[in-house]
Write a protein that binds this ligand. Structure first.
Ligand code: PEP
Ligand code: MN
Length: 353
């Protein structure tokens, strides 16, 4: 994939890139009030849903085109960049007409290759940053496919948003994080920025702070967080939105650990583990050589391979020794049963041979 940095005007290129704003643009006052508070707190990119894909009819489906001038007003009065979700070619055209700076494709849309292709076709010849949310279902290939469609249309300033995955069995989170999926996306496309959406993962404002920290510790590039001037009265996703001030508190408390330092230390430790594993393997091979010699002895003296008493003694003594060295007894048992089983297999070969 041919990619470039997101290169957002007026936004410092450092972790985390923060995008914040209400789930939906409800009224001009709500948009302006929220935007001004966020800008005052140093937020540089404002989000607001103009077209809202709702799971069921009857929910607030957004103000549509009528809300776009409010975003223009946000740009004008605060200097923030503005971002919104698009699901159709028409949405893209309208957003471009009103100077929206950044577009994202929602989770429901990413799951539909026809819709993504339609958006991609409309973006041909346009140079703007596009973010692609993961599809609602945990399908990495579908996510990558959507990114490729947009990239094939010539969009190089591309990023991904991890917003978790739908599950029938709702537990702690609204959408399961399944971190291994964005981590695998990063392994496959290392230069693609990945932004975490803790609001839609959690569905609950009290879980947002730890999720932000986790995303930073997993080296995500940014955060997209829902923030509303009056969260409890939000027309959509009320339970997961934060006031701009609470959002600031969370962001100020984040610990940003840089990767170089930790990976250097980590790779040193991993080298040690590799060496120890090699020593363990050589020791095991040595043990098997001795076991085979015992096998030859048993064969010559017509003894049975399995000497139950000896077996019990080995396991008990190893469990005891391991426990004295702070290893779980059950773990020691499993390890030595496996080692013994391999010794028996090797002795059987000698008996048969
Ligand atoms: C949103 O960002 O408001 C939204 C609808 O999110 P998602 O597509 O992740 O459900
Ligand atoms: Mn939302």
């Amino acid at each position: 994939m041919e990619l470039e940095k997101l290169n957002l005007k007026g936004v410092e290129d450092k972790r985390p890139l923060v995008i914040a704003g209400p789930c939906s643009a409800e009224t001009e006052d709500q948009v302006m009030d929220t935007a001004k508070q966020l800008a005052k707190n140093g937020i540089k990119v404002f989000r607001a849903g103009v077209w809202k894909p709702r799971t069921k009819p009857g929910g607030f489906e957004g103000n549509g085109v009528a809300a776009l001038p409010w975003l223009q007003q946000v740009k004008k009065e605060t200097g923030m960049l503005v971002a919104t979700e698009v699901a159709t070619a028409k949405h893209v055209e309208e957003a471009l007409k009103y100077g929206v700076d950044l577009l994202w494709i929602g989770a429901r849309t990413t799951a539909d290759p026809f819709a993504v292709q339609e958006i991609a076709d409309t973006l041909k010849g346009v140079d703007m940053p596009i973010l692609v949310k993961n599809p609602v279902n945990p399908d990495l290939e579908l996510w990558i496919g959507a990114l490729q469609r947009i990239n094939n249309a010539g969009i190089k300033r591309l990023g991904a948003i991890h917003r978790g995955f739908s599950t029938y069995d709702k537990k702690l989170y609204r959408n399961l994080p399944q971190w291994h999926i964005p981590i695998e996306l990063h392994r496959r496309i290392p230069e693609l920025p990945i932004i975490c959406d803790p609001s839609h993962i959690s569905g609950r404002r009290d879980l947002i702070s730890p999720l932000c920290q986790q995303a930073m510790d997993l080296q995500f590039d940014g955060l997209i967080i829902e923030s509303h001037c009056d969260p409890d009265h939000a027309w959509s996703d009320a339970s997961q939105q934060l006031t701009p001030d609470v959002l600031s508190l969370i962001l100020n408390n984040l610990v940003i650990r840089e990767m170089n330092q930790t990976t250097e230390n980590l790779s040193e430790l991993r080298k040690q583990i590799d060496e120890i594993d090699m020593e363990l393997t050589e020791m095991l091979a040595k043990r098997m050589r001795v076991a085979r010699e015992i096998g030859i002895y048993k064969k010559e003296h017509e003894m049975a391979i399995l000497q139950t008493q000896r077996y019990d003694e080995i396991i008990n003594k190893r469990v005891e020794a391991g426990s004295a060295m702070e290893m779980d007894g059950e773990f020691m048992k499993v390890v030595f049963e496996a080692i013994h089983a391999e010794s028996v297999r090797q002795q059987m070969k000698i008996m048969e041979g």
